[in-house]
Design a protein around this ligand. Structure first.
Ligand code: GUN
Ligand code: ZN
Length: 426
């Protein structure tokens, strides 16, 4: 039976950065028809009711129906150590992250955290995540098993590290290749799951490992590859000292076959002109992780420059370097960082980044991230008056953007009125 969801609706027909807020389409009384897990129609509520009298109607009143949020870079194993105090990147990894990731040698612990992680992200309206796992193959099994059971479209890969990580948290060039390949064959393309080749970042991989993973990527058409790039100045200096003969940080990926379309580069704050040019040339995706960039003190991503140059830019929590599971909080941080660079991102741009922008970064914009005919029905319904502080402000709004912006800036999981995944209510 078809489902008809009624409420305010928000969808996009283009990028608001390139075309202005008019690229968004808002209806004050719209509807979304869902059939067989996909969006079968989007339009005005009255028209859809008349055209589909047999559909089961769920009326969300004046709540806002949107594509679900897409978190393009997260570390589900860092769920239980989010908000760890007082360190910058390298010390933060050594003090908090690695000891926690060590615990994932226990598959039961991995399963428990995967469950908690999906509970938290879905309750925040996130319907797709692209996550790192740990070096343990079972951490990938735990993540994908949980995702599969919930029917979500999800992306993940085994994090590969064969140096500069503690004993017990290192693989080898050979085992990273073999395990990644085995996990790819087990999971990629089953239900809604996609395997992602995942070297953590060049400081924790030898040249042999980077080369092996580059070879695997070359043998895996259609696979994404994710890693970190130029997040902190100390890290960039460390990479220079580890790879003295290479031109720059990006070159540590480029030389080993790890630069290309389908490459997802997290952070990308401190880029040289050559790196900019190459990333653009190959149509790589840059993933902005704003709460992480402020929380671990990394710096200010150049959203204005990147979106104007029409890079594929995704938005992400980077949980638990990022300090939130919420894509609303993440949009707010992206707004604040852009403000520090004298650019006010419009609410339509923020919403686009958290849905279409991230989908485009994952090369999945023809499947998810918008309310459009034929797309998979992953939907979030947002209460635009979820707390007293938001309600008193949105009550004054004269248009959808003024009504939405208080939720972007002050909203959390209380704003999630409903979530639909693959055409089914959660
Ligand atoms: N660089 C390498 N690993 C990590 C990580 O786990 N989080 C963040 N924010 N940066 C990284
Ligand atoms: Zn990260």
């Amino acid at each position: 039976m078809a489902d008809l969801l009624l409420g305010q609706t928000l969808r996009f027909e283009g990028s608001p950065t390139l075309e202005g807020p008019g690229a968004a389409r808002h209806s004050a009384r719209g509807g979304v028809l869902i059939e067989d897990g996909r969006i079968a129609a989007v339009g005005e509520a009255d028209d859809l009711r008349l055209a589909h009298p047999g559909a089961r109607v769920t009326d969300y009143g004046d709540a806002l129906i949107s594509a679900g949020f897409i978190d393009a870079h997260a570390h589900y194993p860092q769920t239980a150590m989010i908000a760890s105090w007082g360190k910058r990147l390298i010390d933060w990894l050594n003090s908090y992250t690695f000891p926690e990731e060590m615990r994932f040698s226990d598959p039961d612990y991995a399963a428990e955290i995967a469950r908690t992680y999906f509970d938290l992200t879905i309750s925040n309206g996130t319907t797709t995540v692209c996550s790192y796992c740990t070096i343990h193959p079972a951490s990938v099994d735990a993540f994908f098993s949980e995702a599969r059971q919930r029917g979500v479209r999800a992306y993940a890969g085994k994090t590969c590290m064969d140096r500069n990580a503690p004993e017990g948290l290192r693989d080898t060039a050979r085992s990273a290749y073999d395990d990644s390949k085995r996990l790819r064959d087990r999971w990629h393309g089953t239900d809604r799951l996609s395997y992602v080749i995942t070297p953590r970042f060049s400081p924790t991989s030898t040249e042999e490992q980077l080369e092996a993973l580059g070879a695997l990527w070359a043998e895996s058409p259609g696979l994404l590859m994710q890693t970190h790039l130029s997040e902190q100045t100390d890290e960039v200096a460390w990479v220079r000292s580890l790879f003295p003969s290479l031109r720059d940080y990006l070159d540590t990926y480029e030389r080993f076959g790890l630069l290309g379309s389908g490459g997802l580069y997290g952070h990308a704050i401190y880029l040289e002109p050559r790196e900019h040019a190459r990333l653009k040339e190959v149509d790589a995706s840059l993933i902005h992780c704003p709460t992480s960039n402020t929380f671990i003190g990394s710096g200010l991503f150049d959203m204005d420059g990147m979106t104007r140059a029409d890079y594929r830019v995704g938005l992400a929590t980077d949980t638990g370097g990022g300090s939130s599971f919420s894509m609303l909080r993440t949009m707010a941080a992206a707004y604040e960082i852009a403000q520090l660079r004298h650019r006010a991102l419009h609410p339509s741009e923020l919403w686009w980044l958290a849905t279409q922008g991230s989908a485009r970064a994952l090369h999945a914009e023809d499947r998810i991230g918008n309310l459009a005919l034929g797309l998979e029905a992953d939907i979030v319904v947002i209460d635009l008056a979820s707390t007293p502080s938001i309600a008193q402000r949105s009550a004054r709004a004269s248009d959808i953007w003024e009504a939405l912006f208080p939720t972007i800036m002050m909203g959390d999981d209380r704003a999630t009125k409903a979530v639909w995944i693959g055409g089914k209510p959660v």
